[in-house]
Design a protein around this ligand. Structure first.
Ligand SMILES: *[C@@H]1O[C@H](CO)[C@@H](O)[C@H](O)[C@H]1NC(C)=O
Length: 231
């Protein structure tokens, strides 16, 4: 999806683009764009819900002004991973770590949604900056929506009847270059990561062991490995 975010003083507003299933134990994959005062950076807030439980936020600044032009925000969701990308650069990978006891959204069909709402109780500087309603209407623009998906209908997935080559996204993963770009974003633009928020989620033994293990065997960025034990 191409999105151009609310220009000028957008503080207090949240523009969203997300996937969500139905019911009280829903799954959800979120892009939320937290507005700001003119000239101050927008925050891209991402979250993943499984079975109605979220608490998996990661937040980023962008390397451009998202109110000046359209940029592409995409979600890859397949059985192995969820990848959030901006202009083709991955900013977050949420791996399927069911083997480590972390639930992964896999069994409920989701629809695409979008909205623009007032969240001035928390969105901008933790709620300090309020929405200036004299700036209304607040307008975000969307264009060129494109989806490749398995369509669920009458208890059947449309993908079972098509050839695997038409659905290469079903097994898509990050190549080496994309992994390097992901690390670049996480190093330079990530401003919040639930994985390392030990105030909010005190460390349990499993988490400490996992941390020790990944520092002895640094096979990956701990920020990426960390969520493995956060369920
Ligand atoms: C808005 O800009 C300020 C810097 O002036 C920054 O601290 C904050 O993280 C920005 N974003 C939001 C959504 O508050």
């Amino acid at each position: 999806m191409n999105i151009k975010l609310v220009p000028g003083n957008s503080a207090g507003t949240v523009t969203t683009y997300y996937l969500r299933s139905e019911g009280s134990t829903w799954d959800e994959i979120d892009f939320e764009f937290l507005g700001n005062l003119s000239g101050d950076p927008y925050i891209v807030h991402t979250n993943v819900y499984t079975q109605g439980k979220g608490d998996k936020e990661q937040q980023f600044y962008l390397w451009f002004d998202p109110t000046k032009d359209f940029h592409t925000y995409s979600l890859l969701w397949n059985p192995q991973r969820i990848i959030f990308s901006v202009d083709g650069t991955p900013i977050r990978e949420f791996k399927n770590l069911e083997s480590k006891g972390v639930a992964f959204p896999k069994s409920q069909p989701m629809r695409v949604y979008s909205s623009l709402w007032n969240a001035d109780d928390w969105a901008t500087r933790g709620g300090l900056v309020k929405t200036d309603r004299s700036q209304a209407p607040f307008t975000a623009s969307y264009r060129t929506f494109k989806a490749d998906a398995c369509v669920w209908s009458s208890g059947k997935s449309s993908c079972s009847s098509t050839s695997p080559s038409q659905n290469s996204w079903l097994s898509q993963e990050l190549d080496i270059t994309s992994q390097q770009r992901l690390k670049w974003v996480q190093k330079n633009y990530m401003i919040y990561n639930y994985c390392t928020d030990t105030k909010r989620f005190p460390m349990d033994l499993a988490l400490i062991l996992d941390l020790v293990f990944t520092s002895i065997f640094p096979y990956d960025n701990p920020c990426i490995i960390f969520p493995c034990v956060r369920s």
